[in-house]
Design a protein around this ligand. Structure first.
Ligand SMILES: *Cc1c(COP(=O)(O)O)cnc(C)c1O
Length: 466
């Protein structure tokens, strides 16, 4: 394909995308294909000769599309949303047409400076105080890895990268037992070892880590000769929205001199609404905070904003050339590749800029508030329906429930969930709460309406036979 052909196919792609989205409500949300069906429909060997674009496009539509789960479907209530507002899709189109590597200021000054600006817009939008500096990472998992590496280097007086970990005391990191698995992986990859991730039990309706138990665990570790390095708190855990009492965690961290990271990958988007900020009160005392505009907010994946109270610790951990440290930021030049693990960087700031401008914070707040209200309404309706139990009450737009109509509740709810997802009108996923299998519901699709959420009630109650 040359750029003249691109003109034609680019227009067709725009039409296709608009038609696809217009017809989404008529498609089953979760792909309804059997394992291996797509693979076996694809040729074993690559073509030796060039194929016509029309043939490639036809196979895309006929072979691949039936095997896609529609994450932008208005009735996608599974996992967490991965919203891609149309305007952010458009921004990504420009980004891929320009295809710049934005690792250094000089490799695209506008990309770097826009990143600085939109990160500060996001900082203001979610109510973090002046003084926090942001960077865009590819995912929350990467931001958490960066934070754990920073904890490690800081605790080892910046010797870990060069000298390795052998001969060092055991470094310890603390979190609740509700954190995302990205924390486990960060601990593995940073070389600390899973056994040194200390999981503090949670308590209460918010499923927050017990600050007294945290304090006791740190004291016991110090007595045993271990080296406490940091604490990872969470606001809006993946399973049921568990949220630590950030202020209480910060009290412990301050007293112990530990680096802190707050994982608000999903719930952070809701902080654009001031009324939800009490959920992470105390966050302004954290060293590092991550939230994903690529989840609820509508910035096409991937776009993670990572905020740092003092970026020097992160840059000191990740910069390849230590002398660079002396000037970073001072001469107006920031090289963001020194703030993340990969060297190459996409121009991710553009979609965030397009999104915030095209919708305005007020438009995005309205979406979030609607989702929260609709999820609460659905939870209340299910709670009032004979045979249903709300297992965890709504945390923002996320709650869990189960149906009580059988001896073996786990098997019964697994069966109900399978029926719901085979039906195709909505898509839900499961989790375990205190060992029990429960069904998870979150409202968060960019184009969801109150009617879409109401349909969830109809589908769930129909299939449960109530
Ligand atoms: C989704 C999620 C993550 C992982 O986010 P990625 O950007 O996919 O790495 C981490 N923590 C929480 C709480 C999440 O909801």
């Amino acid at each position: 394909m040359n750029w003249e052909d691109f003109r034609h196919w680019g227009r067709r792609a725009a039409d296709w995308a608009a038609d696809y989205h217009a017809g989404l409500r008529n498609r089953p949300v979760r792909a309804q294909v059997a394992p291996g069906a797509v693979l076996s429909a694809l040729p074993d060997a690559p073509p030796e000769g060039a194929e016509a674009m029309q043939a490639i496009f036809d196979d895309f539509e006929q072979t691949l599309m039936p095997g896609m789960t529609h994450w932008q479907h208005p009735r996608f209530f599974a996992y967490f949303p991965a919203n891609a507002a149309p305007v952010s899709v458009l921004a990504e189109y420009f980004v891929s047409a320009i295809a710049a590597q934005c690792m250094l200021w000089q490799t695209s000054p506008a990309a770097t400076e826009l990143e600085t600006r939109v990160c500060d817009w996001m900082r203001q939008a979610i109510g973090l105080p002046d003084g926090f500096t942001g960077v865009i990472q590819d995912s929350a998992s990467s931001a958490t890895l960066c934070a754990v590496l920073t904890m490690r280097e800081r605790a080892l007086d910046w010797q870990g990268n060069r000298a390795g970990l052998s001969g060092q005391p055991r470094l310890r990191v603390y979190c609740s037992d509700e954190v995302h698995t990205s924390v486990d992986r960060a601990i593995w990859i940073a070389g600390l070892g899973e056994e040194n991730l200390v999981r503090i039990p949670t308590q209460g309706a918010t499923r927050a880590m017990d600050a007294e138990a945290l304090r006791a665990a740190i004291a016991a570790d110090r007595a045993a000769g271990h080296l406490p390095a940091g604490i990872i708190a969470c606001t809006g855990g993946t399973s049921a929205g568990a949220s630590d009492d950030i202020a209480a965690v910060m009290d412990v961290a301050d007293a112990e001199g530990l680096y802190t990271h707050v994982d608000a990958a999903w719930a952070g988007s809701a902080m654009i609404c001031p009324e939800f900020r009490s959920l992470w009160a105390g966050v302004e005392r954290a060293d590092s905070v991550v939230m994903n505009p690529h989840k609820w907010l509508g910035a096409q994946f991937d776009c993670t904003t990572h905020f740092l109270r003092n970026p020097d610790d992160l840059v000191r951990t990740l910069a390849i050339q230590p002398e660079y440290l002396k000037t970073h930021g001072a001469d107006g030049v920031v090289n963001y590749s020194e703030w993340s693990v990969p060297l190459g960087r996409r121009f991710r700031a553009l979609k965030l800029w397009f999104l915030i401008r095209a919708h305005g914070l007020e438009g995005l707040r309205e979406m979030i508030r609607n989702h929260v209200t609709w999820a609460q309404d659905l939870a209340a309706r299910l709670e009032a329906t004979e045979g249903f139990e709300i297992v965890t009450q709504p945390m923002l737009s996320l709650f869990t429930f189960r149906h009580l109509g059988a001896e073996d509740l786990d098997a019964h709810n697994q069966d109900l969930l399978n029926q719901i997802n085979d039906d195709g009108r909505i898509y839900l996923t499961q989790t375990r709460i205190d060992g029990a299998f429960v069904i998870r519901f979150q409202a968060g699709a960019f184009t969801a309406t109150a009617e879409d959420v109401a349909m969830a009630y109809d589908v769930i109650t129909d299939l449960a036979g109530t």
